[in-house]
Design a protein around this ligand. Structure first.
Ligand SMILES: [Zn+2]
Length: 175
């Protein structure tokens, strides 16, 4: 196989999804530890039966994500590895009490994208996929958290100021 062909293969098995809404840096936020993030990753990976994947979740600063996003997912279907990035609480705009749940939600959201990674991704169904991922994530979270749970779309609508970016898509996609 030529170097060029190998490159083409490498490109084919790599995927990426960027999603979720807007944030602006702020200070004095609670720390969500790497251990906590690892625990959420472990629990939801098992629930979603994604055990054939090796999934790591990284807490990153705002500069390591695309503008106006709260997380992203990169996967490699070849070796079944995936990396989820979640926003560091220090860069969150939400009230402190909302941040841990929002980070856990991001992990679940990205894992549902990972479920869909088996489907063809030519870019044409991105908006539809985002909507479906939000609906399924919200349903799971509502079930997990019980009556006290506030849908992420509602939380975002209440607390996130920006409206002319990807956050709008999240706010619209109610469960
Ligand atoms: Zn998404």
């Amino acid at each position: 196989m030529s170097v060029l062909n190998m490159k083409a293969v490498a490109v084919m098995v790599l995927g990426a999804v960027v999603c979720l809404g807007a944030t602006v840096p702020s200070t004095d936020k609670p720390v969500v530890s790497q251990a906590q993030v690892d625990e959420w990753t472990k629990v939801w990976q098992k629930r979603l039966d994604l055990n054939e994947w090796t999934i790591s979740t990284l807490i990153v600063r705002v500069g390591e994500l695309r503008p106006d996003t709260l997380g992203n997912l990169k996967w490699n279907s070849g070796n079944r590895t995936a990396v989820i990035k979640v926003l560091n609480p220090a860069d969150y705009e939400l009230p402190s009490s909302e941040i841990p749940t929002d980070i856990e939600y991001t992990i679940v959201h990205e894992m549902i994208h990972l479920q869909l990674a088996a489907l063809p991704h030519d870019g044409s169904s991105k908006g539809v996929e985002e909507k479906i991922v939000n609906r399924i994530s919200e349903a799971l979270f509502q079930f997990e958290k019980g009556d006290a749970y506030k849908p992420r779309a509602t939380v975002a609508k209440t607390f996130v100021k920006s409206s002319d970016n990807s956050e709008a898509a999240r706010s619209k996609s109610k469960p």
